[in-house]
Design a protein around this ligand. Sequence first.
Ligand SMILES: *[C@@H]1O[C@H](CO)[C@@H](O)[C@H](O)[C@H]1NC(C)=O
Ligand SMILES: *[C@@H]1O[C@H](CO)[C@@H](O)[C@H](O)[C@H]1NC(C)=O
Length: 276
Amino acid sequence: MTSSLLFLFAFLIATVGHASCAPDVPWSQNYVLLYGQDHTQLLNQEKEIQISLDQVSGAGFKSLKAYGSGFFGMRMKLPNKDTTGIITTFYLRSYTNNHDELDFEFLGGKGQNYLLQTNVFTNGQGGREQRISLWFDPTEDFHDYQLIWNQHQVVWFVDGTPIRVFKNNQNIGVSYPVQAMQIEASIWNATWAGEPNWSQAPFQAHYQGFGIDGCPAQLNTIGSECSSPTFEWNVEKYWKLDPQQQMAYEDVRNKHMMYDYCTVGPKAPPECQSNQ
Ligand SMILES: *[C@@H]1O[C@H](CO)[C@@H](O)[C@H](O)[C@H]1NC(C)=O
Ligand SMILES: *[C@@H]1O[C@H](CO)[C@@H](O)[C@H](O)[C@H]1NC(C)=O
């Protein structure tokens, strides 16, 4: 093997721990608008969508189907402005009174200073925010933001690197996402995040990658069929991080963690230890 081939091989092992291989399909095959139709633009034969925010409105879209497990991902390019007060998202959620939710939320800031906030709601309870800084400029190009969700763990990935793990800790009384969720994405402004500089509007976010590797299920239901090992993401290989992924994960935690709900209270919530 030549050294460049060896390098490629090592690179593949290090980064593609999870093989999401949903074919790239036009946006409307899997998604519909949630709101903000006139703040939305489909591009490049629907292989890309731009959603935008100004003082009048933001925009959002959602998947046509709900899913009970899977690999879920988007390629995103964030607004290249002063994005103080602006939140660009990609998440899964159900719609019960005690809903489940798995979030990627990009919190804007001065210049290109984004923080990536992740959160987990289980049985209606959130408050599990973690925030990391990114090791690249997310406004310059598209990057992959992905989740795996099976009966054993939820893992958030940035360009194939695990940045967060939420294990199934039901055995120690921690609730776990079990309701079928739909995929959503949006751009909006939140007063708690600061006052946007509206003179810089519109703020435009771009998304690609509309194939979905998920187990379709009725929204809000507990789809027990979705834990079947006939779905690739449910097989043992995906029950926990492999050693290489664990190292990469610890590296991100050491170098990029800016806020962790596990460390703010007098006592860490019961799941924290095992999710490190
Ligand atoms: C977003 O900004 C608009 C215009 O300033 C404001 O009216 C609205 O309340 C903000 N939205 C949220 C959710 O804070
Ligand atoms: C808002 O943006 C405008 C236009 O880029 C800039 O001139 C102004 O200084 C910004 N205001 C603040 C408070 O950053």
